[in-house]
Design a protein around this ligand. Sequence first.
Ligand code: NDP
Ligand code: MG
Length: 381
Amino acid sequence: MIKSLTVLGSTGSIGVQALDVARLMGLKIVALTANVRTDILEAQIREFHPGYVAVVDEKAAAELKIKIADTDTVVLSGSDGVNECASMQADTVLNSIVGIAGLCPTVCAIKSRNRLALANKETLVAGGSFITELAKEYGVDILPVDSEHSAIFQSLQGCADKKQIKKLLLTASGGPFFGKTASELENVTLEQALNHPNWSMGAKITVDSATMMNKGLELIEAARLFDVAPKDIDILVHRQSVLHSAVMFDDNSVIAQLGVPDMRIPIQYALTYPDRFVSPVRELDLAEYASLTFAKPDYDTFRCIGCCRTALEKGGIYTTVVNAANEKANELFRKGKIRFGDIARSVEKSLEFSGNGIDMTLENILETDKIIRKETEEMWQ
Ligand code: NDP
Ligand code: MG
């Protein structure tokens, strides 16, 4: 069982839950990082005594340094500080940064041969084959934290030959707008979009769940993690979020992982794998559920899912492209600058990208991300 942990993005929804698990497991915390929320970080420093923390915002980092002068924790700053924390030796680095900002820290963790527990799905979506090949080159395991991918990973334990996988069944809650039409969703408010039925998460992923872009990103994430063709990944809307995803094998047997919707289960499994450990999460009582339902998604209303499938089929840089368009459009929607329906329009438009689509180097990935963000911003000015 691991003894030491670094949490990148420790002040966010996943980061805080990861530290709940770390507390229970008695893990030593090597380093913690945040963007700007130093009040939460200060409390974490006082409880977990990490050797290092990094804060991206320089001013917030300078203020924190003064506030925690009575502790032994060293404060680093900027993106370089986060990369430095990701590079420090730890039994596991958990990356729960939101967005493409998590990509370079992932690269640093891999290059330092740290085992990687990955919540930051944008790493695999934007980084694509560059990341999976880098992890292979350095012999680093990527352990999924995303609940669906943890479920698939758990369902695959004991499967010696991946060729026996027939399909992945990726489940989706359907978000707050299940059953609505595209025209009904055109002008929904941020407050409505943030009202997720089953999960309490950061704002960006909650909006991604409302557009169902989250499921598109997860389709790409699953294809990358498990090396399964997009045509062999089915998406199923399952409103209760109890069956977290499944694998169908060649003999048509389906193996799934179930549990109450609480991210501390997949977070903990990524830390304890291949072992299991007692959990603070309550037991699943299936008798509480009168029925578990499954349905096909409405691809006409939630067009982002189709865009992600197209991006995956086009290959190369196109998954970087749809991720960048979505990140910018999601941000513009949260700032009240575009309508809800414009998020899908932005992602659709990005697929027209005709730049360097083949070169999967880190430089080209970051450059393409920048180009698409700028184009998406200009589209709505
Ligand atoms: P939050 O917004 O709650 O937290 C994001 C974390 O990243 C915070 O610590 C934040 O710091 C930090 N951060 C933000 N911007 C930057 C930046 N530019 N550079 C470095 N750090 C930054 O997000 P979530 O915890 O909800 O999600 C994190 C990741 O996990 C996402 O990729 C999401 O898709 C994935 N995920 C989340 C799930 C969930 O239940 N929340 C479920 C499955 C996957 P600060 O607090 O200072 O702003
Ligand atoms: Mg998920």
